[in-house]
Design a protein around this ligand. Structure first.
Ligand SMILES: Nc1ncnc2c1ncn2[C@@H]1O[C@H](COP(=O)(O)OP(=O)(O)OP(=O)(O)O)[C@@H](O)[C@H]1O
Ligand SMILES: [Mg+2]
Length: 501
């Protein structure tokens, strides 16, 4: 029963007796049945509920089963569909198979046969996701090898990665935002003898403070209300492999102490657990904060700092990498050409000069965004016009924040005009911060000196909800507690730009 727990199955059939029969069987087998008696409702159900599998009758009033399947394939190519049919022709069966149905069951329904088919389908589904996960892992490994750049500081960095990967010592990766800290952490892992073991990454700035502990250390069943099952923490998931703790400077003090204990004793206690669990991990941490200063301010433990800093690795900012800027730009150009099915091979000499001259406060991530945008805007060659105004120094008059235009003879209430100006400036600032943070709304809010809720409301107000990436690592829980904390970022009223680190 456990294996099928909470698996949703949609059954679409217009015969009430069959729906009843299937529902009863599905419930008995531990699935969640969802039923529709026509194609339109069935489609709605599929869109809304994201089921694991669909049982689809071919003979339906109005929209027949084949049409339903065709429409499903427009938005979900993978969904498993089992066809139910009474006396369809061979051609219809072939068409259903061509549309990627998983199996074909004939009516009258044999419930035992259906149970077996369902079990096999679920097994296939889990194998498919396992293969996809493995593929992703392989891709990440390949990506880890792709550290572009051969200027002198990057050659030195490659040497450091090589040295660090040989021993299981703690590595502290230092560098400005967007310089490639996670990429370097992956490179150390995948070049090390732990490469076949897991690489587990966690961003300390995006997990709510009250969840950090359970996320890291896991919990036993009954440890707290709602802990219905044992849950492995990230530390345990990384056993024999590497744990990457990003933005370590944001780790709450209580957790710092517990982490130190794990490092010293090589064991951990799950929440609510009585016995210690042995653990073997290599720790890689990263920060763009000055941890020495955090120690002086009392927000970071000195003893932990020395344990994490056994092998510091410094990533130079992009502006110090000379021609690597263009090498990286070409690399991203190729990457996005493939992604967007375009064929833009050139960046004009003027645009190249601009790329080299610019200070790149958002580093490689910012360059990546600039190339992506340029490629989308350009017809055949990326020109100056395709670069954002902060690079070229040109401002689009209409989009410029303080250049709201009024008619020559127009007189309007100052309040009204002020509101428009504020809206424009806010919009531009939010978009810029989102761009620079790689779509990270938590960072964006912190940089803008507002809390998460305010950012959320402003995105909604300006119709920008689609911007930014969904926060990862917080298990879909409510907004991170860290955002409610007072802002102490050096530049909370300005973006962490030019050299802020
Ligand atoms: N040398 C490089 N070669 C190729 N891609 C790179 C390089 N450096 C960074 N990138 C790419 O730039 C993006 C940002 O890198 P990454 O996420 O590792 O930066 P970060 O320093 O961890 O940023 P943040 O401080 O914002 O967390 C990623 O997509 C990464 O693959
Ligand atoms: Mg990072």
């Amino acid at each position: 029963m456990d294996a099928v727990k909470s698996k949703k199955i949609v059954a679409i059939d217009d015969e009430p007796e069959i729906c009843w029969l299937i529902t009863r069987m599905l419930e008995e087998e531990g699935y969640i049945p969802l039923v529709a008696d026509n194609g339109r409702e069935g489609l709605e159900l599929i869109r809304r509920e994201h089921p694991d599998l669909v049982l689809l009758d071919l003979r339906l009033p109005e929209m027949d089963g084949l049409e339903v399947l065709r429409r499903v394939r427009e938005f979900d190519r993978e969904l498993m569909v089992i066809i139910l049919s009474a006396f369809e022709s061979f051609e219809v069966a072939v068409q259903a198979m061509k549309l990627g149905s998983y199996d074909f069951l004939t009516k009258p329904i044999n419930i035992e046969e259906m149970k077996i088919t369902l079990k096999n389908a679920m097994k296939t589904k889990s194998l498919v996701s396992e293969v996809a996960a493995l593929k992703k892992q392989v891709e990440q490994t390949r990506e880890a090898a792709q550290i572009i750049g051969d200027c002198q500081p990057m050659q030195e960095l490659a040497r450091q990665i090589e040295l660090a990967s040989r021993h299981s010592i703690s590595v502290l990766v230092l560098g400005e935002s967007g310089t490639g800290k996670e990429l370097i952490a992956r490179a150390v892992h995948y070049q090390s003898s732990r490469a076949q073991q897991p690489f587990v990454s966690i961003d300390c700035s995006t997990i709510p403070e009250n969840l950090v502990e359970s996320e890291l250390f896991g919990y036993e069943r009954g440890a707290f209300t709602g802990a219905n099952e044992r849950h492995l923490g990230r530390l345990e998931m990384a056993d024999h492999g590497t744990l990457f703790l990003d933005e370590i400077g944001n780790m709450p003090p209580g957790i710092q102490m517990k982490l130190l204990r794990v490092i010293q004793e090589r064991t951990l206690y799950r929440l609510g657990g009585k016995a210690p669990t042995p653990i073997d991990i290599r720790l890689i941490t990263a920060t763009n904060q000055d941890l020495k200063q955090s120690i002086a301010q009392g927000s970071f433990r000195e003893d932990l700092y020395y344990r994490l800093n056994e092998f510091p690795v410094y990533i130079p900012p992009l502006r110090e990498r000379g021609d690597d800027i263009l090498t990286l730009a070409k690399y991203f150009l190729d990457k996005f050409n493939a992604e967007f099915k375009k064929d833009i091979r050139e960046i004009s000499p003027e645009a190249q000069a601009c790329l080299v001259r610019y200070a790149w406060p958002g580093n490689v991530r910012e360059l990546q965004g600039v190339v992506k945008r340029g490629l989308i805007l350009a017809g055949d060659v990326i020109q100056l016009d395709h670069l954002p105004p902060e690079l070229t120094g040109r401002r689009d008059r209409k989009a410029g924040p303080f250049l709201i235009r009024t008619q020559a003879d127009e007189i309007r209430p100052i309040k009204e005009v002020s509101r428009e100006v504020v809206a424009q400036v806010e919009c531009e600032m939010i978009l810029r911060a989102l761009d620079r943070s790689g779509g990270n709304k938590i960072k964006t809010a912190r940089w803008l000196g507002i809390d998460y809720k305010t950012l959320f409301n402003k995105l909604k107000q300006y119709g920008l909800e689609g911007y930014g990436k969904p926060e990862s690592g917080n298990n879909g829980t409510s907004k991170p507690a860290t955002l409610e904390a007072p802002l102490n970022h050096a530049g909370c009223n300005s973006l962490p730009a030019e050299g802020a680190y």
